[in-house]
Design a binder for this molecule. Sequence first.
Ligand SMILES: *[C@@H]1O[C@H](CO)[C@@H](O)[C@H](O)[C@H]1NC(C)=O
Ligand SMILES: *[C@@H]1O[C@H](CO)[C@@H](O)[C@H](O)[C@H]1NC(C)=O
Length: 367
Amino acid sequence: MFPFSSSSSSSPLLPTLLLFLLSLPVLFLLAPRILPPRPLPPISLPDDLDDLALFRRAAAADTPPPHPHRRPSAKTRLGSTNPRPPKIAFLFLTNSDLHFAPLWQRFFANGSTALYNVYVHADPTVSISPPGGVFTGRFIPAKRTRRASASLISASRRLLAHALLDDPHNAFFALLSQHCVPLHSFAYLYNTIFHHSIPELTRLRKLQHRSFIEILSQQSFLWKRYVARGKYVMLPEVRFDQFRIGSQFFILARRHAVLVVGERRLWRKFQLPCLDTESCYPEEHYFPTLLSMEDPDGCTKYTLTRVNWTGSTDGHPYMYRRPEVSPQLIYNLRQSNFSPSYLFARKFSPDCLDPLLDISDSVIFRD
Ligand SMILES: *[C@@H]1O[C@H](CO)[C@@H](O)[C@H](O)[C@H]1NC(C)=O
Ligand SMILES: *[C@@H]1O[C@H](CO)[C@@H](O)[C@H](O)[C@H]1NC(C)=O
């Protein structure tokens, strides 16, 4: 009845079986190399055609230089083509009211408009009260954003693309949310970004500005995040040893903003839906992975936006409440092991606005 149990055939079968069993771990290890990479599934782009056209235009607006050691042209040296100072583009990504608009208003009031631009991507399915002031007329055409989907990457790319096309003087692109607050004055922030983006030792050689983006690779849950779309799905574009994690709140140098909006290879992969939605935060992986593959030395690998993950629940960091706002909290949040200071912090609940305004001139903007 059960031929496998017959003792007569067991003697030639046993060594073969043993050999097969012993080779299993080896086969398992080699599997990613032996198996042909899965063909790309037909793409159903959440990016519509208008997005693709936008990204193409922005990437073509100025292609990144082929080599970081490019010498400035004679014209640039003479300063005849670029007489205006570089600006910082503040990119607000929100799906609710900009609760801290009055605080940002004060922040920008002390910065010359010649030194910054503001852009807002607001989820169009949510009705948002107009924040007024510096935000007026600064909303870009937006699409719906959802947690655990690539829509936050799309929205960030849209912000970058609009800011690239809008003003050739935008040199840095800072991504912020409605829960972010400034920790310093505009002048301090502007100087820190331009000064510290170039490493001390190379400053005299006038190397290009680095991006302030967190790039980490040692997190225990990284494998779960890597396989969230299926086991071999990220191959061959992104091997596990190339996969990175970092805060989505970055400050990108212009050439990296151009690189991001022109990029399609990794973007196709990161758009695939997650099977494991518990481990799906594409916006924490796409940017660090891409930049660590393309230009690791061009990135600081740390962020300038402070966040508190102590006691986090459900993937949300700690949210500061009204009674916790104090000068001491601002001083604590500024402290950084990597840079002279953090420049922004999150997350703050909306009712923190008044106590933050109370200490804005005496603490936050005094540096
Ligand atoms: C910001 O500007 C306002 C109005 O011009 C001024 O009263 C305030 O002292 C300035 N704050 C700082 C920190 O420079
Ligand atoms: C971070 O959050 C925890 C609560 O989870 C709090 O006790 C701690 O004081 C916070 N740290 C800072 C620097 O605010």
